[in-house]
Design a protein around this ligand. Structure first.
Ligand code: CA
Ligand code: CA
Length: 150
């Protein structure tokens, strides 16, 4: 999937943009027990889906209580991204649901708005998670909300 090139070589997202994405994750997680993480990877050159699966494992995203974590990984070299949900999420969201979120994100990326695309995708994923995994009184922040850069 194509993305337009960032206007800021060296810094894929500014600190302010990273803070915006983290805030969007925090806001989404106020409505759901699900966990969302965003990874910006400079290392990935091959398949972005394999990279997402690898990051998912490394970040221990499969260890949430309800198996309801969702990872959004952006590869800065190939300008591609992948959205990967744990098995609890996949039971509820068919391929069409993922495609819809992906298309909305891709559209913003094409316009050069990477941060906007991420915020949009986080919000959409949050809406889906909230429907199937509503926030619970005993909810914990099982995974940090800050953007991972690697
Ligand atoms: Ca949580
Ligand atoms: Ca979290």
């Amino acid at each position: 999937m194509g993305m337009t090139r960032s206007k800021r070589p060296g810094a894929f997202l500014t600190d302010e943009e990273k803070a915006r994405v983290a805030s969007a994750i925090a806001a989404a997680e106020k409505e759901t027990s699900g966990e969302i993480r965003v990874v910006i990877s400079r290392k990935v050159r091959g398949g972005v889906l394999d990279a997402a699966k690898d990051a998912f494992r490394r970040l221990k995203m499969h260890e949430t209580r309800e198996r309801n974590a969702v990872l959004i990984l952006v590869a800065t070299v190939s300008r591609a991204f992948a959205i990967l949900g744990d098995e609890g999420v996949h039971r509820h969201l068919g391929q069409e649901g993922w495609d819809h979120i992906r298309d909305g994100m891709a559209e913003r990326f094409r316009q050069g708005d990477v941060a906007g695309g991420l915020v949009h995708a986080v919000s959409e994923v949050g809406t889906v998670l909230a429907r199937h995994f509503p926030w619970r009184a005993d909810d914990r922040d099982e995974l940090p909300n800050d953007v991972v850069e690697e």
